[in-house]
Design a binder for this molecule. Structure first.
Ligand SMILES: Nc1ncnc2c1ncn2[C@@H]1O[C@H](COP(=O)(O)OP(=O)(O)O)[C@@H](O)[C@H]1O
Ligand SMILES: [Mg+2]
Length: 288
């Protein structure tokens, strides 16, 4: 059956780039595109939030501009900075006067300014916004409502083509109501079984269906355990690659293989302790 709704078309186009989106996510992306609103994606680490922006840019054949947020991120790293070295050189070499020192030639565009300076709409990924300070978030709100940036020495730069903005957050801190109001919102959770099997089929090594079911079954069961860092999709893919590389094709026949390859899935000492052999045996027993 062919799918015709625009959100289904988007879903298919994303799948063609290797990204498996569920209906909720496909609809949220479709609405963000048609309404021209930023989309805030919240959810645990490793569920494919960052990857969505890459896939969407590929589908739209748009440039992906990424701003990775961190504590202390400020305007000079997010918006623009004057190239002081070049300015100094210009003064020494050409005896440049002050007025000529604040032109495009000396402007270092950082992601936000870069994103609003494009002729065709790029995808602007503001990644892990919850790591930046609240002050930066407030500034970002201004940019997201006006799509313009004022540079005192030059004037106001207004976007010729509005970027499609994707924001991601891992829940490190709560975001302001104002930011949430400005955005469309989707919570991206760990995928369900079938979606994760589809991701493994697209992104993982060539493996038998039985082993694929076991891998996804174990990873999904581990996520239900009380772990500090639940394995994400990247961990699942790493593990599949490890098992394939070791030539293992049935976990129930080779229980030691699971224990030995846990390095791919559990990333803290406490989590290793939380998954002793008895727990792993119980999990393997269920997915067999
Ligand atoms: N829905 C998906 N379809 C295909 N691959 C995915 C999907 N979700 C995650 N992945 C894979 O998992 C990796 C980790 O995803 P990432 O976007 O970094 O997670 P997050 O940003 O949520 O922490 C990606 O590089 C990609 O290979
Ligand atoms: Mg990410």
């Amino acid at each position: 059956m062919s799918s015709t709704s625009p959100q289904d078309q988007l879903k298919d186009a994303l799948a063609a780039t290797g990204y498996v989106a569920d209906d909720t996510l496909a609809m949220a992306l479709h609405l963000a595109v048609t309404l021209g609103r930023p989309l805030l994606l919240e959810g645990p680490a490793g569920v494919g939030k960052t990857e969505i922006a890459r896939a969407l840019a590929e589908v739209r054949q748009a440039r992906l501009i990424r701003l990775q947020c961190y504590e202390g991120l400020d305007a000079s790293h997010a918006i623009y900075e004057w190239n002081y070295q070049r300015q100094l050189l210009a003064i020494r070499a050409e005896g440049a006067r002050e007025e000529s020192l604040f032109g495009d030639r000396f402007l270092l565009k950082r992601p936000l300014l870069e994103a609003i300076s494009q002729d065709t709409p790029p995808v602007l990924l503001i990644d892990e916004i919850d790591r930046a300070d609240e002050e930066f978030e407030a500034y970002l709100l201004e940019v997201l409502s006006e799509f313009q940036i004022t540079i005192p020495e030059i004037g106001t730069v207004t976007a010729k083509a509005r970027p499609l903005v994707i924001l991601t957050a891992n829940g490190t801190r709560d975001l302001s109501d104002a930011l949430r109001r400005r955005c469309l919102y989707t919570y991206v959770d760990y995928p369900d079984r079938d979606t994760e099997l589809a991701i493994l089929a697209r992104r993982g090594p060539q493996i038998e269906a039985r082993l694929a079911r076991q891998i996804v079954g174990v990873v999904q069961a581990l996520r239900c355990e009380d772990l500090e860092k639940k394995p994400g999709i990247a961990e699942m893919l790493d593990w599949a690659a490890a098992l394939a590389g070791l030539g293992i094709n049935d976990l129930t026949e080779d229980r030691a293989a699971l224990q030995a390859t846990l390095v791919c899935l559990l990333k803290t000492a406490a989590d290793r302790d939380a998954a002793p052999p008895e727990v792993l045996d119980r999990i393997i027993g269920k997915v067999a």
